[in-house]
Design a binder for this molecule. Structure first.
Ligand SMILES: *[C@@H]1O[C@H](CO)[C@@H](O)[C@H](O)[C@H]1NC(C)=O
Ligand SMILES: *[C@@H]1O[C@H](CO)[C@@H](O)[C@H](O)[C@H]1NC(C)=O
Length: 425
């Protein structure tokens, strides 16, 4: 009886990856071979370490093990490209955390001059990029057999925030010989920070400042096409698994086309986008995307996600609260949390100074939800609207004008906070 129950739970904790997209990507690349330079096509097929090396930036690859045995890969660009840079000089460390379905690739695929990691390195920072469990770079475990076990995928962004972030931040601090660092997160990379700051509050003092790009905690106004579609099923992982299909791959094309119709209009030139789960979740803005780099984006996302990550967000839409993962029944919640409802994340415990950067038309981080988050955080310092109404959820990292619209401000804030950091205590 007990064993049967366990099997059901394990069998429904499935991995979602890129089967559908891979085919459409290949087709897209084939059709566009003439339009794109070989450089862009090459970047689409290089992984993060190869990309950073190709563009001649210094790179370190670090391996970090979490307390529950997941092995994560971090990428570090310790300084800029200029050979006259003194590599031993101490630079303020900045930790970058990617969003749902992506990886550290988000910080570099736009290339030198536009990609956030390269810009920060040139501006004098020691850049550390995290990778959440389950993505392309962090699909390992101390017990190698466990990786092919469906139980490997029994995590949501709760585990990424409670276990992955603390392990990676401690590692970055130790290796860079610093006591504190700055944190920049995008989307789920902000959610996981809020989880860490409320569940492991001792980490707040290790972060000088936190910059949330497209902050996601409350989801009541979320307009993500795919998440809205799954939200009514989000408390029942079995029925979600039935919708999506169980196994290594997302198999249900019907879901893609349904959610895709909700998003894709006739004027979208690149129809394969309508079936890329990243854009199904985040939305699409033709004005700000550099169509030239589209193959590179599609070559790196999606990078792997667990069904529970999606379900946990779906629960936030349905429940209008920022809570821990709902195990599906009052009894299971009681067993895990000691209460029938999953506990709320207590945002007031987050004492790190936080800056929120948001946009008017972000489907995933709605202005009203961002306002509520700002009111409830323990130490909110600033809230900044991107001065371009059409700026979408993925533009925060993929936009062609992100440096002018966003990164310069973040860098100025980091410098100001860094200068203050040590008078403060
Ligand atoms: C990325 O490429 C490097 C160099 O080819 C290779 O050693 C590494 O295993 C690759 N990483 C992943 C996650 O595929
Ligand atoms: C778009 O990306 C391509 C390839 O990286 C680059 O050459 C081009 O300058 C970019 N265009 C804009 C407007 O940023």
């Amino acid at each position: 009886m007990l064993r049967g129950g366990l099997l059901v739970v394990i069998a429904t904790s499935v991995a979602l990856t890129a089967a559908v997209e891979t085919d459409s990507l290949k087709e897209l690349l084939k059709n566009l071979e003439l339009r794109y330079s070989t450089d862009v096509l090459e970047d689409a097929s290089l992984n993060v370490t190869e990309l950073i090396t190709k563009y001649r930036y210094p790179l370190e690859v670090h391996s970090v093990t979490t307390e529950d045995g997941y092995i994560l890969e971090m990428h570090r660009i310790p300084h800029g490209r200029d050979a006259n840079n003194n590599p031993n000089k101490k630079r303020p460390a900045v930790f970058l955390m990617h969003g749902l379905l992506t990886s550290s690739a988000d910080m570099v695929i736009m290339g030198p001059g536009t990609g956030l990691a390269y810009i920060l390195a040139e501006e004098g920072f020691d850049v550390w990029m995290g990778n959440a469990r389950g993505n392309t770079y962090s699909r390992k475990h101390v017990n190698p057999d466990f990786v092919s076990n469906l139980a490997y995928w029994r995590f949501s962004w709760d585990e990424i925030g409670r276990l992955d972030l603390p392990a990676m931040i401690d590692h970055a601090l130790k290796k860079s010989g610093q006591e504190r660092l700055h944190y920049i997160g995008h989307s789920q990379g902000t959610t996981t920070f809020f989880v860490m700051g409320s569940m492991r509050p001792e980490y707040n003092k290790k972060i000088i400042s936190m910059h949330a790009l497209a902050p996601v905690a409350y989801m009541a106004h979320n307009r993500s096409p795919l998440l809205m579609f799954i939200s009514p099923h989000a408390n029942n992982i079995e029925s979600l698994a039935n919708l999506f299909g169980v196994g290594e791959f997302l198999t249900n094309n019907a879901i893609y086309s349904m959610a895709g119709q909700a998003m894709c209009r006739d004027e979208v030139v690149f129809q394969p986008l309508c079936s890329n789960i990243l854009f199904l979740i985040a939305g699409w803005n033709e004005q700000e995307h550099n169509a030239t780099t589209l193959p590179i984006i599609l070559g790196h996302a999606p990078a792997g996600v667990s069904l529970r990550q999606l379900a946990h967000y779906g629960q936030g839409i349905a429940g209008n609260e920022f809570r821990r993962y709902d195990q599906g029944s009052r009894l299971s919640n009681y067993r895990v949390y000691g209460s029938f409802k999953p506990p709320r994340y207590d945002l007031s415990k987050i004492t790190t100074p936080v800056f929120l950067h948001y946009s008017d038309t972000d489907k995933f981080a709605h202005v009203n939800d961002v306002d509520r988050l700002f009111r409830e955080l323990g130490r909110p310092i600033g809230k900044f609207r991107i001065p371009l109404a059409s700026f979408s959820h993925v533009d925060f990292l993929y936009g062609i004008n992100s440096r002018e619209l966003l990164f310069n401000r973040v860098i100025n804030l980091i410098r100001a906070m860094d200068a203050n950091a040590f008078d403060d205590e």
